[in-house]
Write a protein that binds this ligand. Structure first.
Ligand code: ZN
Length: 322
């Protein structure tokens, strides 16, 4: 057998190893007869280690290790733990181990990159995510224009703090010993606003950046070993990011649909004490529900009903937004 090593292998089944013509289950691998590595293995059953232990086979059972080749050509399995313990300091072994890892990585990266780069639909997949994201951002921006600034701030606070509860204060009155009535305000969570995540502008911004990077990387990917392990890995990481972007945009879209649900928008007026804003928010929610505009008088009537409903939840007590 020559000394020029064949390209690295990665084994996942014992038969792939023991069926090799030069495999010898009785061979004892020593630092002296070790020539090169054939490949790495990760098995789902135990195999016996063939490293030298004072002239006999080590036989330690293991599942991860290396197929070694001796100068005379015989091949044998050496366990990953034993190899690290007894062979790592050996230059021939560590050089071979690095070569096997590098070659296997390169092959793996190339296989996975090829799936994306050779897919004629890949550029349109990137474009599709960009369009979905643009649509989301435009929808949020349009609503941001329409809502009172104080409400937008409240929603953005919810995104930032992760606390999306809608809290109001009910007014309690207590008769004092001297006959005076004292008032106190007690907070109570009355609802939660759902689907606020699309209001997070920096998250959307990061997604735009990631999609742009994917689009700009695609034409530069070279599908060859000569590109080197590190560059292939970087390209792979970048292009695989499309999947993450897609699922994040799925989530944002789902959240946006929950946010614009009329029942959710119906809670917005509870975030302000400003009467004109409340009217405006009731009109806004009603338009989402019926696609019809509501006069101010009609909106006031609905708001009166909504307020009465909130009061009735706590023995008719007055309340205020906070
Ligand atoms: Zn061993």
């Amino acid at each position: 057998m020559g000394n020029v090593p064949e390209s690295a292998k990665y084994f996942t089944a014992v038969r792939e190893i023991v069926s090799r013509p030069n495999f010898d289950a009785d061979f004892i691998v020593t630092l002296e007869n070790f020539a090169s590595l054939v490949g790495e293995y990760q098995l789902d059953e135990d195999v016996a280690c063939q490293l030298d232990r004072q002239g006999t086979l080590c036989r330690r059972e293991h599942r991860h290790g290396w197929v070694a080749k001796a100068h005379a050509g015989a091949e044998a399995m050496i366990g990953g733990v034993c190899a690290a313990k007894y062979f790592n300091a050996n230059h021939a072994f560590s050089t071979e181990r690095n070569r096997i890892r590098r070659e296997n990585n390169i092959r793996d990266y190339l296989t996975r990159l090829r799936v994306m780069v050779d897919d004629p639909a890949f550029p349109s997949l990137i474009q599709r995510e960009r369009s979905r994201l643009s649509f989301l951002r435009e929808s949020v921006d349009a609503m941001r224009e329409e809502l009172p600034a104080g409400i937008v701030r409240r929603i953005e606070d919810m995104v930032r703090t992760g606390n999306n509860s809608v809290v109001i204060e009910y007014r309690y009155e207590e008769k004092q010993d001297d006959g005076r009535i004292e008032y106190s305000w007690q907070a109570q969570q009355i609802a939660s606003l759902v689907g606020v995540s699309p209001w997070n502008q920096s998250a959307t911004g990061l997604l735009f950046t990631a999609l742009r990077e994917i689009r700009e990387t695609l034409p530069h990917v070279e599908l060859g070993e000569s590109a080197g392990e590190r560059r292939l890995k970087k390209w792979l990481d970048t292009l695989s990011g499309l999947q993450t972007c897609t699922s994040q945009i799925d989530e944002l879209t789902e959240d946006w649909n929950r946010f614009i649900d009329p029942e959710n928008l119906q809670k917005l007026w509870l975030l302000t004490n400003e009467h004109s804003h409340r009217i405006k928010l009731v009109q806004f929610a009603q338009r989402a529900l019926t696609s019809k505009s509501l006069s101010e008088t009609e909106a006031r009537r609905i708001l009166d009903d909504l307020r009465a409903e909130i009061r009735s939840r706590n023995l008719g007590r007055d309340f205020r937004s906070i």
